[in-house]
Write a protein that binds this ligand. Structure first.
Ligand SMILES: [Zn+2]
Length: 71
């Protein structure tokens, strides 16, 4: 499903707790577009949460993040 918005300024957010409520990590990625947020969160997961990714590939990580982004 596409979630395209007509407005260019639209703050998107995702935190590590959105992905895993049990984590003690307080990292939060935000940006104007889902693409920016996904990029930031991907980089963070790969540097700090490699063990939690359990061999997921980039496409799987990306769709997991996209499914949990909120505005
Ligand atoms: Zn984290």
């Amino acid at each position: 499903m596409h979630a395209k918005h007509a407005f260019l300024i639209y703050m998107k957010k995702i935190s590590c707790k959105d992905i895993n409520p049990e984590t003690s990590c307080t990292y939060e990625a935000s940006g104007d577009t889902a693409k920016q947020v996904v990029g930031k969160m991907m980089a963070h997961l790969k540097s700090d949460h490699m063990n939690d990714l359990k061999g997921m590939n980039d496409g799987e990580i990306r769709s997991m993040i996209e499914s949990k982004i909120h505005g």
